[in-house]
Design a protein around this ligand. Sequence first.
Ligand code: ZN
Length: 202
Amino acid sequence: MPAPGETPRIRPPDREKMAEGVRLFLEGCGVDLSDPNVRETPERVARAWAEEFLDGYDKNAREVLGDFYEERKPAADEMVVVTSIDFQSMCPHHLLPYRGVAHVAYLPSGRIVGFSRLARLVDALGHRLILQETLAREVAEAIRRELDSDGAAVLLEAEQTCMTLRGERRAQARALTEAFTGAFAERADLRERFVRRIGVAR
Ligand code: ZN
């Protein structure tokens, strides 16, 4: 179950209800439900949403970050940075996906985790109905909270299909959202170093 500070779900998913909803939606679209290509679509859609798009609700930050390694507290604002973590999430306004890369950094206070755990954190918090702005904030706050970090920085670059496939249809547009906690929120020099690290890694 989500921890405090994470976008929650109020009850477990009901696959039958999900499939029924898709069936009703297709009926509303005027589609022929006896078409062999469509006949099993409601169950297929329900499965994809429950098991892939929204499976983050079944996880929480503490659990996916796993075991900590105790390390000496670094001397001088040494940051851990993982760049270009590919991710996907789902817009709560249109139920359309957005996807891109996440850049994540934190200042260890003595607790560190495996690098790949940060990628799993992005997935656990992102595989929900959540705005890109909120996702950046939740990832940064979870790192600060769970790793007792002195600060965390998150930058998400994504294609919002809400904007590229519908509405304005600006195919090249990319949305950047960021969140800074702790020392990153207070100090411009740390934010600048974070952005430089991302550049170095590309
Ligand atoms: Zn949208």
